[in-house]
Design a protein around this ligand. Structure first.
Ligand SMILES: [Fe+2]
Length: 319
């Protein structure tokens, strides 16, 4: 391949992504059956098996029930879900750290008011085990639109759909969104029966260094990538702090150590000043620096997925 700008990979720039039918249906249904079994057979409820819910109540903000999923769902099923999610996250986002989830239950009256999780991770994930046919309404994940909700609408009558996206908690649906986006959960109303409520497993996705596969080792790759990052930050020191968020590169390296192509897998870098237009140029500069790197020769090709975090330390080699 002669071209170094790899256009085969589409860059993810959206603030959220919805993946329906995330798990094989039988895996999702087995987890749901564990939940239904937990709530059934009332006579067999015991303190050690059923006093497991934390009523997570923060005045004006949160009201729902949460627990660790293995208390209801067979642990190997939760682990299988996590493996699929880790693989998906590494492939789609280039981020490989996924926190162990909570299992949350929203019955009538439960909700989350608007907040962000800017300090908790790079992305949030919400995987739904809510029944598609249920005796409740609400429970949608709400993600506010990007941009200035006031200025972008001063001359246009606007309502809910114009200000935020409302994502139904469909069974076996994964929702992943930028943790910095203001978000919440629509209040659930209707039946008090827990099996009719909103069940989700949720947590956060973070960067944890480069993902390296192929001939070269992480150490061999890390030392060379660091050169590009040091060089880049030395040349753009005063401007780096104008930006915030993750950008992830995918490098294809030939056996001779030459970079064959550099794709941008994810770009969620945001200028803190809405009028700033300098990021595309900085991004090109970073791509040029990665493309010019010379890695050690190896016994074959190597693929490197490298997250870079703007607005925090660029140098997080092992975290
Ligand atoms: Fe949140």
């Amino acid at each position: 391949m002669s071209s170094k700008a790899d256009t085969r990979i589409e860059t993810m720039r959206a603030p959220y992504v919805v993946v329906d039918d995330f798990l094989p249906l039988d895996a999702a249904e087995a987890m749901r059956l564990d939940i239904d079994t937990h709530f059934g057979n009332y006579g067999s409820h015991r303190p050690e098996t059923h006093q497991v819910w934390n009523y997570w109540f923060v005045p004006g903000l949160y009201a729902y029930l949460r627990t660790t999923p293995e208390k209801l769902i067979r642990p190997d099923r939760v682990e299988s879900f996590m493996q699929v999610l880790r693989r998906w996250s590494a492939a789609a986002l280039g981020l490989q750290e996924v926190t162990w989830p909570y299992l949350s239950l929203y019955v009538s009256g439960c909700r989350q008011n608007l907040h962000n999780d800017s300090a908790n991770g790079r992305f949030a994930f919400v995987y739904s085990l809510t029944r598609d046919r249920r005796m409740t309404s609400g429970g949608e994940t709400l993600v506010l639109n990007e941009g200035d909700l006031f200025r972008n609408n001063v001359a246009t009558a606007q309502n809910a759909a114009g200000f935020y996206t409302s994502i139904e908690p469909r069974f076996n649906r994964l929702v992943v969104f930028d943790d910095r986006m203001p978000h919440g959960v629509e209040r659930v109303d209707g039946s008090m029966n827990p099996v009719e409520g909103r069940f989700v497993m949720h947590g956060h996705i973070r960067d944890r260094g480069a993902i390296v596969s192929g001939a070269l080792t992480e150490q061999q790759v890390g030392a060379v990538v660091m050169e590009a990052l040091i060089d880049f930050s030395a040349g753009a020191l005063s401007r780096i702090r104008l930006y915030h968020g993750p950008v992830v590169f995918r490098l294809f390296i030939g056996a001779n150590g030459v970079v064959k192509s550099c794709a941008v897998l994810l770009d969620r870098v945001t200028a803190t000043d809405a009028n700033d237009t300098g990021w595309p140029k900085m991004l090109s500069n970073l791509i040029a620096k990665f493309t010019a790197l010379k890695f050690p020769e190896g016994s074959g090709e190597t693929t490197v997925t490298q997250p870079v975090l703007m607005g925090t330390s660029l140098f997080r080699p092992d975290h």
